[in-house]
Design a protein around this ligand. Structure first.
Ligand code: GDP
Ligand code: MG
Length: 453
């Protein structure tokens, strides 16, 4: 995996979110700091880093809860969306238009991977059913002809070139007629050490002759932040329409090249992730960030956020519930989880013999608004009180109510819910399936907070 250091540090940041009890300003600030650190380590420019984390912070603090997502999921979604925007946003992955032949010319500096990429591109589209040809117009490097010929053979595509010719335009013109029958023609070109006048002139000449549909700059990832200037220069002077970032496998600095390119007018089209022919990937900002964060796409991400709560935590919670050992924080988490997907089902499933039990939907509802009040109440409690709510009596009750500004009756409601849930769990532990059915029927229609025992 490329940028795996960046990936794993971002992943552990997201895990922090799923583990956190509440999404509050403290968590959001911590998250922004974590992301800053990760991106700076991946060589993203300080300016871009601050821009992206500022947006994440602003959105996290301002946006109202989105439909169907809880605060944690929403926060993860914001991170995902902003990082995606950061490396190209909604730019769709490239696909070859139906024009025949579609011509892509590769340009770039010496040693950045143009010829290798020509082979990789040919291989990529050949495997997907296109009729592909490659043509070598690099007359600077003596070995270029043979290099591309060998790659073409490996990819089983047709090769064109002329070994001793010194004029790239002549090579192209000589083969022009033969290229008509292909779906895709890839034109390799010569580079220089820098975008010199000499190279610009040569590119202008060959561009005029080829009139390629796309001109893609091949640039090695290890240039880091310098990518922006290079992409911009090529974009402006050689009319580059896209970028391929090669050698992303060989550097932890790749974040610099990826983010820097995104701010130029030329989108990243493919990435090279190794020397071998198939170490080459179509680039999509969404897919890339998704993978970096450990999920295929947004849906998978949300599934995962849910699973993070439902599986591990529900199991833990389930065990605690069954032992009658759970505290207010567990209750809160349980209620929060139930609001979303009703893991009480999961808890029931974990009790042997109860796996077939169908719970009435109403039994899983948690009143909207209640959770928010409880959260505020719990913020005013001490650790001891959270862990052992039975200690909350008399003056403590008053103190919490005053401190939170929420009537003592609400607090009593919360404590009652806690006791009832504890009781329910004990019954589940000792009860038979028949008892449970009855219990669930009794709960039906009243909602969790309407339970009577
Ligand atoms: N690790 C790695 N090496 C690459 C990649 N792409 C190209 N290279 C290597 O970079 C070197 C220069 O590549 P070449 O295609 O000749 O560059 P050109 O001068 O731009 O045509 C070669 O040794 C390639 O094997 C890549 O994605 N990953
Ligand atoms: Mg070359």
């Amino acid at each position: 995996m490329v940028l795996d250091k960046l990936g794993s540090s971002l992943k552990s940041t997201l895990q922090k979110i799923t583990r956190a009890l509440f999404v509050d300003e403290k968590l959001i600030n911590e998250l922004a700091k974590d992301i800053q650190r990760s991106l700076l380590q991946a060589d993203v420019s300080v300016k871009l880093v601050f821009e992206v984390t500022k947006r994440i912070k602003e959105r996290a603090l301002q946006e109202k809860e989105a439909k169907g997502l809880d605060k944690k999921e929403q926060l993860i979604t914001i991170v995902y969306e902003e990082l995606t925007k950061f490396i190209g946003g909604d730019e769709e992955p490239f696909s070859i238009p139906k024009k025949k032949p579609f011509t892509i010319m590769l340009v770039g500096l010496f040693g950045n991977g143009k010829t290798t990429t020509a082979g990789k591109l040919a291989n990529y589209y050949k495997k997907r059913g296109s009729k592909v040809a490659v043509i070598q117009t690099d007359t600077w490097r003596p070995a270029a002809h043979e290099q591309l010929q060998t790659l073409a053979k490996q990819a089983s595509v047709d090769f064109y070139g002329k070994e001793d010719e010194k004029d790239p335009v002549k090579i192209y013109d000589e083969h022009k007629q033969s290229l008509h029958g292909y779906d895709l023609v890839i034109v390799d070109t010569a580079g220089r050490d820098a975008l010199s006048q000499d190279l610009v002139k040569e590119l202008e000449r060959i561009s005029k002759a080829v009139r390629a549909d796309e001109r893609w700059l091949v640039m090695a990832a290890d240039v880091g932040q310098a990518a922006q200037q290079q992409a911009q220069q090529f974009h402006d002077t050689a009319e580059v329409t896209g970028v391929i970032i090669s050698k992303l496998d060989g550097t932890a600095k790749g974040g610099g090249a990826l983010s820097a390119c995104a701010v130029t007018g030329a989108p990243v089209r493919f990435i090279g992730v190794g020397e071998k022919m198939d170490e080459f990937e179509l680039f999509s900002p969404k897919g890339f960030v998704g993978r970096l964060l450990g999920m295929g796409d947004l849906e998978a991400l949300l599934d995962k956020a849910q699973a993070a709560i439902s599986e591990e935590e529900a199991q833990d919670l389930g065990r605690k519930f069954l032992k009658g050992e759970f505290n207010l924080i567990d209750l809160y988490e349980q209620m929060q989880a139930m609001k979303k997907m009703g893991p009480l089902n999961k808890i029931v499933e974990m009790v042997p013999g109860f796996s077939q039990l169908k719970m009435p939907k109403e039994a899983l509802k948690v009143q909207e608004g209640k959770l928010e009040l409880w959260r505020v109440l719990m913020d005013s409690m001490t650790k001891e009180e959270l862990e052992d709510p039975d200690t909350i009596r008399g003056s403590r009750l008053e103190r919490i109510s005053k401190g939170s500004g929420i009537p003592a009756s609400e607090l009593r409601g919360l404590l009652k819910q806690y006791k009832q849930s504890k009781k329910l769990m004990k019954m589940m532990k000792g009860g038979s399936e028949k008892d449970m059915q009855k219990l669930m029927q009794r709960m039906g229609g009243k909602g969790m907070s309407g339970m009577k025992f």
